[in-house]
Design a protein around this ligand. Structure first.
Ligand code: HSE
Length: 413
């Protein structure tokens, strides 16, 4: 095995390979690519700074854990050209260069496996391998960013947002630039990979509408609880009809399969017309969990996964979908309306919204929260544009602020 990168995950792969008797018997690390070889003196396998030299040593498998786009992209392309299977945990690379990499993998018949790129500690993609019926997923909702889930869970139990983020950083969950966790970029990259795998959608992360979690308060979470649900950092995609994909905080009810997925855990709920939702959850990050998933991929490196591509849309081919413009379907909305000084009249708010055909399912009562000048609403499904117009009028008429979160439900009854 040639290792590209010896950072936190690369080092964990090396530790596991060298430290576990079974791994020692199964794999040998023939070399690792690092930036500074002098700083790695004493590592019990060759370290090089020249990728070509590493590939020239003819490894049977390349494990790419460099992160980022270049030089990872060029080296992975070179390995695939040479027919060397590649295992990668690099979500940014797959999200942004997936078309090019998977096309070359298919063209050369060289496996490119990536179980550890999304929900790194839970091997769920392999559960669908060789299972065309199970793979007919038509839409999915998922918690793909552990840092955001950890922060919202902490805030709900009374920790401040900044303190929760500090803790996520100290525990090593957050990205080096944590804004990528908080604004939904990390989840959008992972959603791109899943939408390609299950729906054959060719998306770029920038095409996915996304909201961050920073605007949420403890009172929002408390009120979501009073409404019988919670707010989770979700990533959702659908492709059976108009392709849709978005990332952002969402209100889910207590019977949603992702409701119990708390703290740093990730979870995914895959839905189809044929079966009840399939749900997987577990660690989404952590060097050891990621390394274990990578090494399982190494064991299966020579197996080519049948590419699912578009089977989610029954009767529709990947070619039919191709590169898409992503829509945002109508949903229910969880809305906070707050006034700087005065109590709001729920009936007046409902009246105004109804003139825009936005209908309220439920409003908070004063006992739901400790914020007397705020009101929370759950609306019936409507398009975002209609809700935005109604809230614009409300802000102008009542001089209040608003904050909106989508409502997500499973389609299975
Ligand atoms: N920062 C990421 C997360 C790490 O919080 O989920 C795993 O990709």
């Amino acid at each position: 095995v040639a290792l590209l990168g010896l950072g936190r995950v690369g080092s964990a792969v090396a530790r596991l390979t060298l430290g576990d008797a079974w791994c020692r018997a199964a794999f040998t690390i023939t070399g690792a690519l690092v930036r500074n070889t002098a700083a790695r003196a004493g590592v019990p396998f060759p370290v090089v700074s020249d990728a070509r030299a590493l590939l020239d040593s003819e490894p049977e498998v390349v494990v790419e854990v460099l992160g980022g786009i270049e030089p990872a992209r060029s080296i992975v392309l070179a390995a695939l050209e040479r027919g060397i299977p590649v295992i990668t945990a690099n979500k940014s690379l797959l999200a942004r260069c997936g078309d090019e990499l998977f096309d070359l993998s298919e063209r050369t018949g060289t496996p490119l496996r990536h179980e550890a790129a999304v929900i790194a500690g839970v091997p769920f993609l392999c559960a669908f391998s060789g299972r065309p019926f199970a793979s007919r997923v038509s839409h999915l909702s998922a918690i793909l960013n552990g840092t955001s889930n950890f922060i919202l869970t902490q805030v709900a139990s009374g920790t401040g947002f900044d303190a929760a983020l500090d803790l996520a950083r100290r525990l090593g969950y957050a990205e080096p630039d944590a804004s990528l966790d908080l604004d939904g970029t990390d989840a959008a990259e992972k959603l791109t990979i899943l939408a390609r795998h299950f729906g054959g959608l060719s998306l770029q992360p920038g095409q996915i509408a996304r909201d961050g979690i920073a605007r949420l308060t403890r009172e929002d979470l408390r009120c979501a609880g009073a409404f019988g649900g919670t707010i989770k950092p979700l990533a959702c995609a659908a492709w059976a009809d108009a392709p849709a994909a978005w990332v952002g905080p969402a209100f889910i009810r207590g019977d949603h399969p992702l409701f119990p997925v708390r703290g740093i855990a990730n979870g995914i709920c895959l839905e189809s017309r044929l079966t009840p939702p399939l749900v997987f959850s577990g660690p989404g990050a952590g060097p050891e969990a990621t390394a274990a998933t990578i090494l399982d991929d190494v064991l299966n490196a020579h197996r080519t996964e049948p590419v699912v591509r578009g089977t989610g849309a029954i009767g529709q081919t990947a070619e039919g979908l191709g590169r898409v413009t992503v829509s945002e379907p109508p949903t229910g909305w969880f809305v906070r309306v707050s006034h700087p000084a005065d109590r709001l009249d729920p009936l007046g708010v409902a009246d105004l919204l109804s003139t825009f055909d936005v209908w309220i399912q439920r409003t908070s009562t004063p006992s739901d929260t400790a914020a007397p000048n705020a009101l929370w609403l759950l609306t019936h499904p409507c398009e975002r544009a209609r809700l935005d117009a109604a809230l614009h009028a409300l802000r102008a008429a009542a001089r209040c602020d608003t904050c909106t979160v989508r409502v997500v439900e499973t389609t299975h009854e």
